[in-house]
Design a binder for this molecule. Structure first.
Ligand code: ADP
Ligand code: MG
Length: 147
């Protein structure tokens, strides 16, 4: 299977597609500096671990996809941290260890169908990350290494 890979940086503003309104906030990372590693991985939905500044390490499920805004030249990196935060954390340092791939990017007939699929993805991620093979990466030093 896939080798874990790492990506990180400050949490940036996305384009407000209303994900928070849908109950699915995604802490966007800039793809800048990661074009090589991103080109090695297909677009779609991934899961892994997220280290957020001094707050802690959390499960995450992430979409990597093309951003039409950038004329299809840049991908967006959008992890949903599977934890209830009572506030935003824009600008905070976020480090990801990506351990698994769930599915490719697809189109949905409706917003409801999209939301339902994302919740399925979340359940898959939550369960998979309890398996020893994926759980062990929770201790990866990269998650604590905040530059
Ligand atoms: P944007 O388009 O700016 O990315 P979102 O609607 O996707 O806006 O909301 C993302 C923001 O919500 C994050 O940058 C972060 O500050 C905040 N946030 C709060 N809880 C979470 C969470 N569980 N996972 C990801 N981001 C969260
Ligand atoms: Mg977002």
């Amino acid at each position: 299977p896939l080798e874990p890979w790492c990506i990180g940086g400050p949490v940036i503003k996305g384009f407000g597609r209303g994900s928070k309104v849908l109950g699915i906030p995604t802490a966007n990372l800039s793809p800048e500096g990661y074009s090589a590693i991103l080109s090695e991985h297909p677009t779609g939905v991934y899961f892994g671990w997220a280290g957020l500044s001094a707050r802690g390490v959390y499960k995450m499920v992430m979409s990597i996809g093309w951003n039409l805004y950038f004329n299809n030249t840049e991908k967006t990196i959008e992890p949903w941290l599977l934890h209830d935060f009572n506030e935003d954390f824009y600008g905070e340092e976020l480090h990801l260890v990506v351990v698994g791939y769930i599915r490719p990017e697809v189109n949905f007939p409706s917003l409801e169908a999209l939301i339902e699929k994302i919740h399925e993805d979340r359940k898959i991620a939550e369960r998979a990350l309890e398996l020893p093979h994926y759980l062990k990466y929770k201790d990866d030093p990269y998650l604590k290494k905040i530059s």
